[in-house]
Design a protein around this ligand. Structure first.
Ligand SMILES: [Zn+2]
Length: 149
């Protein structure tokens, strides 16, 4: 990749042969350390046609980002692959949690059915007891009426 490097003029006049600034950005740069936006440019000297990211203010003679397109894209892919792996792990965890929630739901449905059955039995029992009480009152009233007639 050294053949794609280009001499860059540093602010103090020292020429540096470099392709990018590792310390500033990883992946596809969006901004330069000067605050300017990164832009894609095409090399016209050393390796004509080779694309690289540079700063929108790169013509002012100061030091700015300069990063090979191929390297930036490979770093971005590596980063995105890592993010994709993390997302896959998160999805797997959520899948396990969802399956657990389905199990809990099934258990709740069975418990509700059991409780509903118990309530129905209790209701029948209460209705039967109420019916018996009413019959007893009726018989008692009938006896009282018969005795005091
Ligand atoms: Zn800049």
């Amino acid at each position: 990749m050294s053949d794609s490097s280009r001499s860059t003029s540093m602010p103090n006049g020292i020429l540096a042969d470099r392709c990018h600034d590792d310390e500033f950005d990883y992946g596809i740069p969006t901004h330069c350390f000067c605050g300017g936006r990164a832009q894609l440019d095409t090399q016209s000297t050393m390796n004509p046609g080779r694309r690289f990211y540079t700063c929108q203010n790169s013509d002012d003679g100061a030091h700015h980002i300069r990063k090979c397109f191929d390297e930036a894209v490979m770093q971005e892919f590596t980063y995105l692959l890592g993010e994709l792996h993390k997302m896959h792990e998160t999805l797997q965890r959520h899948k396990v949690e969802i399956l657990h929630i389905y199990d809990l739901h099934d258990e709740n449905v069975m418990e509700f059915a059991r409780l509903r059955e118990m309530i129905a039995k209790k209701s029948d029992g209460i209705a039967l007891e109420l019916k018996n009480v009413l019959v007893a009152i009726f018989v008692l009233v009938a006896i009282i009426i018969y005795l005091f007639k």
